[in-house]
Design a protein around this ligand. Structure first.
Ligand code: NAD
Length: 363
């Protein structure tokens, strides 16, 4: 029996989602919610987003039944409990998450528990708004899953709302989106359309993110980066993620490392590891990055974005590595190259010290 050529054996579900994208699109939110027959709104955000929340309150007026602004990274179970109490009090018809993956993740946890419809107004590049992937972190670490009912039914992108996202957060969040695109490109059984989405996402992100970091008020660059993140989120939804996402899941869920910066640091290392087993994907990724070689292109982009930190800077200690490596290999996940605890150990050590692989250093 011969193996299927890459990309030519696939199956996927498409679920209904309305996407509205454009400068000033926030003004369309009331009409879009009305079209979905949703009246009372509970707004969800992370702390410190008062200005953005004020803009949403301005747009939605009396439809706002409540505001919960305590969303936090990796969706702590205790925060979900508090938000569910606010749901009970406000009795909304829809939750509207405004912000990044943390606010959207909280909306998904609420949808999972209550069945409440979720709408998302993303203001980072995490891409969670386009997926049915949920995550909740409790005492035993982070649990994740895929369920159609948690996915936002409406996604409204207004690049104006991203102008305030600090350059360092934009850079790391953008590399989180890049990670979705990179792993989609070598995902087993990704369909040809998803591969095209992923390559285009990587190309747009690679060209727009340096402009966003250099000039955070550049509206065109902001819109392009957000569009790249949108495509990467769609690729994340339609393709199975591999070793890179598994490592970041463990580092965030068990060791409390910050999500986006961890993605940025780990990605070139995992891509270098997977390169020999995914030559077609690597050619596409390198082409999208305008580089001779994919891992080198990613390392170069990180440097251009000022992302020069190490996992050590984020709080991982050398003594954590054996436990992290064991946890990474304890679960089954797709990856083009077979993974051993030793290989993960080596990747984490290099990323902890800030070394780049010889492959990535060439960039
Ligand atoms: P985040 O949502 O925590 O936001 C990062 C910071 O930026 C926060 O302090 C937030 O308040 C701030 N911020 C957001 N928008 C801003 C704006 N416009 N101006 C100024 N500040 C702004 O971080 P993130 O990287 O977007 O999301 C990370 C979380 O998302 C993690 O928990 C991760 O697991 C999850 N995630 C989930 C998926 C999925 O498909 N389920 C995909 C990617 C990420």
């Amino acid at each position: 029996m011969t193996a299927d050529p890459p990309g030519l054996a696939f199956a996927y579900d498409l679920r209904p989602v309305r996407v509205v994208f454009g400068h000033g699109a926030l003004a369309q939110l009331p009409a879009e919610l009305a079209a979905l027959d949703r009246g009372r709104v509970l707004l969800l955000a992370t702390a410190g987003r008062a200005e953005t929340l004020a803009r949403l309150r301005g747009a939605l007026g009396a439809r706002v039944a409540g505001v919960f602004d305590q969303a936090a990274e990796h969706v702590p179970a205790a925060v979900v409990e508090r938000a569910l109490a606010e749901v009970k009090r406000a009795n909304p018809d829809v939750c509207v998450s405004v912000g990044g993956g943390s606010a959207i993740g909280l909306g998904k946890a609420i949808a999972r528990d209550t069945g409440l419809m979720l709408a998302a107004v993303p203001t980072t590049y995490a891409g969670s708004e386009m997926t049915s992937i949920w995550g909740i972190t409790g005492e035993t670490g982070k649990r994740t899953g895929r369920e159609a009912r948690v996915a936002p039914r409406l996604v409204l992108y207004d690049p104006e709302l991203t102008l305030s996202l600090p350059p360092a957060v934009s850079a790391a969040s953008g590399m989180n989106a890049m990670a979705h695109a990179a792993e989609a490109l070598y995902a087993a059984h990704a369909d040809p359309g998803t591969l095209a989405l992923a390559e285009e996402a990587a190309r747009i992100l690679a060209t727009s993110l340096p402009r966003v970091v250099a000039a955070p008020g550049d509206r065109a660059a902001r819109a392009e980066a957000l569009a790249g993140a949108h495509l990467a989120g769609r690729a994340l939804e339609l393709a199975a993620m591999g070793l890179h996402h598994r490592i970041c899941h463990v580092l965030g869920g068990t060791f409390g490392l910050p999500h986006a910066r961890t993605h940025a640091i780990v990605l070139p290392h995992v891509v270098a590891f997977n390169a020999p087993a995914a030559t077609v994907a690597m050619r596409r990724l390198a082409r999208a990055l305008g580089a001779d070689e994919a891992a080198a292109g990613l390392a170069r982009l990180n440097r251009a974005l000022g992302l020069t930190g190490t996992l050590g800077d984020l709080g991982l200690r050398p003594a954590d590595i054996p436990r992290a490596a064991a946890e990474v290999v304890a679960a089954a996940y797709a990856n083009p190259r077979p993974v051993t605890a030793e290989a993960v150990h080596a990747i984490l050590e290099a990323a902890l010290r800030g070394e780049v692989s010889p492959r990535a250093a060439a960039g």
